[in-house]
Design a protein. Structure first.
Length: 57
C-alpha cells in the first residue's frame, strides 16, 4: 500500500507500524496516541482490539 500511495517513501498522513508496536502503551505517545488515529483497517482493529482504549473502540 505504501508503494502505491507514496511511491515507496514516507508520506504525510501514512504510518506503517508492526502489530507488536501497535499493542505497546507507548504507541504514538508523542503524537497524541490512539486519539490521533483517524482510520484503521477492520481486520487490524480486530487484531489489536485489546490495545485500543475502550472509549475509542
Amino acid at each position: 500500500m505504501a508503494a502505491e500511495a507514496c511511491g515507496g517513501v514516507q508520506g504525510h498522513g501514512y504510518m506503517g507500524a508492526a502489530i507488536p508496536f501497535v499493542r505497546e502503551k507507548t504507541f504514538q505517545r508523542g503524537d497524541g496516541g490512539w486519539e490521533r488515529i483517524v482510520w484503521i483497517h477492520e481486520s487490524l482493529k480486530k487484531q489489536v482490539a485489546d490495545a485500543i482504549p475502550e472509549e475509542l473502540y
